[in-house]
Design a protein around this ligand. Sequence first.
Ligand SMILES: NC(=O)C1=CN([C@@H]2O[C@H](COP(=O)(O)OP(=O)(O)OC[C@H]3O[C@@H](n4cnc5c(N)ncnc54)[C@H](OP(=O)(O)O)[C@@H]3O)[C@@H](O)[C@H]2O)C=CC1
Ligand SMILES: O=C(O)[C@@H]1CCC=N1
Length: 278
Amino acid sequence: MAEKIEQVIGVIGAGSMGSAIARGLVASGAAAPERVLVANPSAGKLAPLAELGIKTFTSNEELLAQGPDAVVLAVKPQVLPGVLAEHTDGLAGRLVISIAAGVSVASLEASLASSRVVRAMPNLPVQVLSGATAVCPGSRATKEDLDLSLAIFSALGSAVVLREDQLDAEGAVVGCGPAYVALLVDDLTRAGVEHGLPAAACRELVLSTMRGVAEQLLASGEHPRAYMEKVTSPGGTTAAGLRAMESGMFEVACAGVDAALRRTRELSEAAGGKTTDD
Ligand SMILES: NC(=O)C1=CN([C@@H]2O[C@H](COP(=O)(O)OP(=O)(O)OC[C@H]3O[C@@H](n4cnc5c(N)ncnc54)[C@H](OP(=O)(O)O)[C@@H]3O)[C@@H](O)[C@H]2O)C=CC1
Ligand SMILES: O=C(O)[C@@H]1CCC=N1
């Protein structure tokens, strides 16, 4: 059972992540729907949230006028500087949780001199309460701010505290991770189809396999290599499959994460470029 959150949580931006966070907070039972406020310029994205009892606004000012205790900024990094500049006063005195890729605590704190900042990097499965989030408190954040941030993201899956210099890498692995995993699902399915399996059935079985592996590894804490050994009979089929796959897999994973990290740094520069060292 998720820890009960009594504070009022505002979410600015009702795209993939803002909607997922708002839905997840309500679905987990952590927050009563009337304590979750969401603002987005286009009303179409708000209607399904309003149906859940969440309070919705097409103007950020109106949301901020409700006096939320914490505000999650869930807009694109390219849009964020404009939102910070426009709502510096409305965000003053509040806990501001930014999930924008690559936007540093220093940059957020420089724009929001009177807010307490926490930076977080979640992933999309927060919507189904199986998300994974790293949080990092800013220099003005209190213990209560970190506790509230952890309560929010723990209600939505796993949440850990990381140092800020680890957050971009966590984003490149975990924030982007659902897309990498979906790619693997699709590639394995296509490989099955090449050998005559029906696509829909193959995809369902691949997905079920992934869920099963994740559940077993999470429950046991076992190292993935030890788990692999249990599947691999000496001289059997898995050994042959792994031998063919393994040579390229780590290089592909590193290339993907490196590219995501390079792009994170580009977005960081475009959003003001301040790092913790500036
Ligand atoms: N997608 C993901 O898996 C992850 C994303 N992130 C981060 O989350 C943030 C949001 O990403 P994502 O949800 O994918 O993006 P989306 O484009 O799906 O959502 C952004 C939302 O912000 C709204 N918006 C635009 N301008 C404003 C404004 N001035 N005020 C309020 N809302 C506004 C958009 O509205 P409209 O389209 O109606 O104009 C849109 O609904 C990004 O910073 C990203 O780096 C972090 C981890 C994972
Ligand atoms: O693609 C992006 O930029 C965002 C950040 C992490 C996942 N999605």
